[in-house]
Write a protein that binds this ligand. Structure first.
Ligand code: SF4
Length: 440
């Protein structure tokens, strides 16, 4: 049996694509290995959103070249957004690659490309239009947590972002196909399902007839009942609606957490980013959600040092962070991406300023997260026990609350994938601490 190793760089969409690659190649007899030295095929599933992610993959390819020199039968491939965007460049720069392929539905090309006699063709030039076929079983590492892709691509063309160029235009899976996958996961005992899309809450607007994301959540809730947690990522502020807030408030399966990227607290910068909302409109959406879901946890993405971001504009980001009080934030220095308008904006911010601003955002978020987590002390929470979050050596079990907060707790062994009640006794900016409440 040939052995396969897939290394993932990037976001949850790339993780899902890796799971699709494994499922696809399992049909050709490949089994997974963690050990590079025994792999027959290594695929690096690469991210193109930031320069740093690309450089990491290139450096890994350099290391793998030496392995391939020792084992000429080893085949090496690059897939994902990087393969989609940089296919030809990759083939020129790394001539020892056996396979270069794009992301999403392009992955179905892999078996054909691997069986080609000579140079493996890249499918990077094909514009993405469809969806990964539903009949390919997605490989799932976890027995209780699963990602379900519901839409692909993006129509928003933010001026800094390559996603519309790498994942194509926005398209949604038919609801019945999604419901079938969700029902199968429920029947296999899965406890948590995360619906994935680049702007997941824009789901279904282009379907015929249109289906709102809230309507999809209602249909999923009827399938899974209160026994399965339903999460979703990533949401776009423009498609946060009263209907969605109401669905989150009323559907027992839907978790009270939203990842809602703000990117900047300055309306001027937001306009230059092409984000289609202002600071005030974002704050209105937050108010709408919090009025409906009082225990909502809200996380965000922030870019610092976007071209033309003044000191005042940056201060507005800090003040918005304080005003919203995010539970967590993923902050990044602006990274110019070739082919996007922002890469050619004339007023680039020096890297030293970007670095200072990043440090300020991270430090403020640390304070805010600590304060937010402190509010949970004394409360009882439901935790889905997750072995990846457990600290076995120190006797701490781990898991996540419905708000997606990490909890480490003492008080006994609990099987992973089960729900535990935990009394919260403390917290850091990163996680909550607690004690297991024994079940009666
Ligand atoms: S909405 Fe998100 S995925 Fe789409 S272009 Fe903007 S940043 Fe990229």
């Amino acid at each position: 049996m040939p052995k396969l190793k897939v290394v993932t760089f990037g976001c949850q969409a790339n993780e899902l694509d890796s799971a699709r690659i494994v499922g696809l190649l399992a049909r050709d007899g490949y089994t997974l290995t963690d050990d590079e030295s025994e792999a027959d095929l290594i695929i690096l599933n690469g991210c193109s959103i930031r320069d740093k992610a690309e450089q990491k993959l290139y450096s890994r390819l350099g290391t793998l070249r030496a392995l391939k020199a020792r084992r000429p039968n080893l085949r090496l491939g690059v897939a994902g957004c990087l393969g989609q965007r940089e296919g030809e460049t990759l083939r020129r720069r790394f001539p020892y690659l056996d396979l270069v392929v794009g992301n999403g539905e392009h992955l179905v090309e892999i078996p054909r490309l691997l069986s080609a006699a000579a140079v493996r063709l890249s499918s990077a030039a094909i514009p993405p239009t469809g969806f990964f076929p539903a009949d390919v079983e997605v490989h799932r590492d976890s027995r209780y947590r699963a990602w379900v892709g519901v839409m692909e691509g993006c129509d928003n063309f933010c001026t800094f972002c390559v996603v519309p160029h790498t994942r194509g235009r926005e398209r949604s899976r038919p609801p019945d196909e999604i419901l079938g996958e969700v029902a199968a996961l429920r029947d296999r005992g899965y406890r948590e399902i995360t619906l994935l899309g680049q702007t997941v809450n824009s789901y279904g607007l282009k379907l015929e007839p249109p289906v709102s994301f809230a309507a999809l959540l209602r249909r999923i809730d009827r399938v899974v009942g209160p026994y399965v947690r339903v999460r979703f990522a990533t949401s776009h502020p423009k498609d946060v609606t009263a209907e969605l807030a109401e669905a989150m408030a009323s559907l027992p399966s839907v978790c009270p957490h939203m990842h809602l990227p703000i990117q900047s607290g300055s309306s001027r910068t937001l306009a230059r980013m092409g984000r289609t909302y202002s600071r005030e409109e974002y704050l209105d959406k937050v108010q709408l959600l919090r009025a409906a879901v009082p225990d909502l946890s809200l996380t965000t993405d922030i870019i610092v040092g976007f071209p033309g971001e003044s000191d005042k504009g940056f201060e507005e980001t800090l003040s918005l962070m304080r005003e919203v009080g995010f539970d967590a934030a993923f902050a990044f220095k602006f990274s110019p991406r070739r082919g996007t308008p922002a890469a050619d904006f004339p007023d680039q911010v020096p890297d030293s300023v970007r670095a200072e601003r990043l440090a300020a955002v991270l430090s403020l978020q640390d304070e805010l997260s600590l304060r937010k987590n402190g509010k949970w002390i004394g409360r009882r929470v439901e935790v889905l026990v997750d072995c990846e979050l457990s600290k076995r050596g120190s006797g701490l079990a781990g898991g996540r609350t419905r708000q997606n907060k990490i909890v480490h707790f003492t008080g006994g062994e609990v099987e992973e994938g089960t729900l535990a009640n935990v009394q919260i006794t403390g917290g850091t900016s990163h996680h909550l601490k607690g004690v297991l409440i024994p079940s009666l």
